[in-house]
Ligand binder design. Structure first.
Ligand code: DON
Length: 311
């Protein structure tokens, strides 16, 4: 929305410039290789979508190609868990940045099996374990898909079983985190059940357009779907800003200045509060396991629009 007398933002032009800049990059990062099914994804892919509060959607590149959302799914499970348990959730998981890799086990020993935040793997396992209470994995995954489809207003969103199986076969590290938390009484289901559900939630595949549409419930703009309370929207955005990129969260906040959640599939969901939901996909990762060129693309987008939560 532009004020009278100001030039409307040329979103199409901005996205075209970004796509050009991304295409020219030679160092594209490395796709995740610890989930074999993701290792074979071509790092040349790039797609981006912006869903604006006024209902317009702008895209560039492969905005309609599906990718594995992986840890971006943690935003949706956290939303479900906060809706169901409210502040009680925080007795099982913290709200502090970890400063450590997403799959680290180090702090868990010092902190008696209570993970630092809901976005590192240990924290996300606790969140999934919480929403499993009283439900079979199939029901939880069904509820999660219904929630995401409702947010995106798109029924064509599914789990890629090959990716889920691939991670299940190589899931020792997450199983170790789950067992460790079980030893501290912070896992209420057997590790294989919680991990199995978690691997399937991570294997949801979406296009950048679908992800941008789904993220609108976190923008807090009238006219967008409002699946959760305003208070929860603000808190989830705060957690995305401080913890959404693991040990790269500070750098992401510095470069982009907007809350974001990454996944090892190379996707990032970025929220510009009151303005837009933005999704980008580029499979090559940086050293922290976040999309290297996806970060560059949203950094450029924030520079060109002037959008930032820091004024
Ligand atoms: O648990 C894992 O390792 C993956 N399913 C998800 C990790 C992830 O996406 C980290 N994000 N950048």
């Amino acid at each position: 929305m532009s004020k009278p007398g100001t030039k409307p933002m040329d979103y199409e032009g901005i996205l075209a410039q970004i796509a050009q800049e991304i295409a020219a990059q030679t160092d594209r990062g490395t796709p995740a290789d610890y989930i074999p099914q993701l290792a074979c994804v071509d790092p040349a892919h790039f797609g981006m979508a912006v869903a604006l509060a006024d209902g317009r959607v702008f895209t560039t590149g492969e905005a309609d190609t599906r990718f594995s959302i992986q840890s971006v799914s943690k935003v949706f499970t956290l939303s479900l868990a906060l809706g169901r348990f409210g502040d009680r959730l925080w007795s099982r998981v913290g709200r502090e940045p970890s400063g450590l890799p997403f799959n680290s086990i180090l702090q868990l020993e010092h902190e008696q099996g209570i993970p630092r935040n809901p976005f590192i793997n240990a924290g996300a396992l606790v969140v999934t374990d919480a929403i499993l209470a009283g439900h079979a994995p199939r029901e939880v995954l069904g509820e999660l898909l219904r929630f995401i489809r409702a947010c995106a207003e798109d029924e064509d969103i599914h789990i890629d079983d090959a990716v889920a199986r691939s991670e299940t076969r190589h899931g020792d590290r997450n199983l170790a985190l789950a067992h460790f938390m079980a030893a501290h009484g912070n896992l209420h289901h057997v590790p294989a059940l919680t991990c199995g559900t978690y691997f399937h939630q991570c294997a949801i595949e979406m296009t950048p357009r679908q992800l941008a549409m789904a993220g609108r419930f976190l923008v807090g703009a009238s006219g967008f779907p409002s699946q959760i309370s305003t208070g929860s929207v603000r808190r989830i955005n705060a957690l995305m800003l401080t913890c959404g990129h693991y040990d790269g969260s500070g750098d992401f906040a510095y470069r982009v200045g907007l809350p974001g959640k990454s996944g090892v599939g190379g996707g990032i969901l970025v929220i510009a509060p009151g303005r837009a939901s933005i999704a980008v996909w580029s499979p090559g990762l940086n050293a922290q396991g976040n999309s290297a060129l996806g970060t560059l693309a949203v950094e450029r987008f924030a520079q060109k629009t002037g959008w930032s939560v820091f004024g």
